[in-house]
Design a protein around this ligand. Structure first.
Ligand code: SF4
Length: 284
């Protein structure tokens, strides 16, 4: 088995979704990538920018940066389907592009980690005992003068304090540990929109505990014969590309609709028969 961090997370969120992804079941709908555009842009820019700087030790001029951003944006738009008429679309193509331009300029001015980083670096570690492999792609791995490294994961989120998944960084630290036989010096998130790096606390004990959890999840995946769907009518199912072929989701949706219809009928009946509802401060 080869387990990436996203598949580890997918299995915990919904085994059925995990199974479909790893067996490459075709999606039942064309998913709009609106929410991914900004992150793809930042990842792609810093991959080229950091890796080129590392090889040539030359910084790009403002004009080169502009041209690089424009050509990347064109490619991202060409490669990713977006339904611009979706009700949750709040920003135009130009607004997303301008935001990315602005954030790139701020980050390049504020930090210098990109001068000593490799970006979008892939790792795969073969685990001798189990015969499995774990893999990841780190957004930034930064060299320090003392030979240690810091690991950064770039985040395009607007909700900095809500969308922090520390296990993702633990996963990277574990892979680093297995490869280098020591921990990275620091691990953290680079919040692109906030021009801010937040490092998290960790130590050997944290990473070993996470390693044990990962081993349990790997065992659970191997023993799983059903890959049951875990319905959540929140984000997870809302954006799931298999939802229209998922009986569990369709049944749950129908049950919710029926519940709502009953509630509406009761309210209509109360209104028709003149039942008076009292609020906290008296009759309404
Ligand atoms: S719709 Fe929800 S429950 Fe069904 S496969 Fe997708 S994530 Fe899992």
């Amino acid at each position: 088995m080869r387990l990436s961090y996203s598949n580890y997370r997918n299995y915990l969120n919904c085994p059925s979704f995990y199974r479909k992804i790893v067996t490459k079941v075709p999606p039942t709908e064309k998913a709009s990538r609106y929410f991914a555009l900004y992150g793809l842009m930042m990842e792609s820019f810093f991959k080229t920018y950091s890796n080129s700087y590392r090889t040539s030790q030359k910084e790009f001029s403002e004009g080169q940066i502009e041209r690089m951003l424009s050509s990347k944006w064109e490619r991202i738009l060409a490669e990713n389907y977006v339904c611009w008429s979706d009700p949750w679309v709040k920003e135009s193509q130009n607004q997303i592009f301008s935001q990315a331009q602005n954030d790139v300029a701020e980050i390049l001015t504020k930090f210098d980690f990109w001068r000593r980083s490799r970006s979008e670096v892939s790792f795969a570690i073969n685990l001798k005992k189990s015969g499995d492999a774990i893999s990841c792609r780190m957004d930034f791995i930064c060299d320090n003068d003392d030979g240690t490294h810091d690991i950064l994961d770039g985040k395009g989120t607007r909700k900095m304090d809500q969308n922090v998944d520390m296990e993702q960084l633990y996963f990277y630290a574990l892979i680093y540990l297995l490869k280098h036989k020591r921990l990275p010096r620091k691990i953290g998130f680079l919040f692109y929109r906030y021009h801010l790096i937040k490092y998290i606390d960790f130590n050997m004990e944290t990473i070993i505990k996470f390693k044990d959890k990962l081993a349990l999840v790997k065992r659970a995946i191997k023993a799983d014969t059903e890959f049951k769907p875990k319905v959540k009518l929140s984000k997870q199912c809302k954006w799931c590309v298999y939802r229209f072929a998922c009986d569990a989701w369709l049944n749950q949706k129908q049950a919710n609709a029926e519940k709502k219809a009953v509630k509406n009928r009761i309210e209509a009946l109360e209104n028709a028969t003149g039942v008076v509802t009292f609020g906290p401060r008296g009759a309404l």
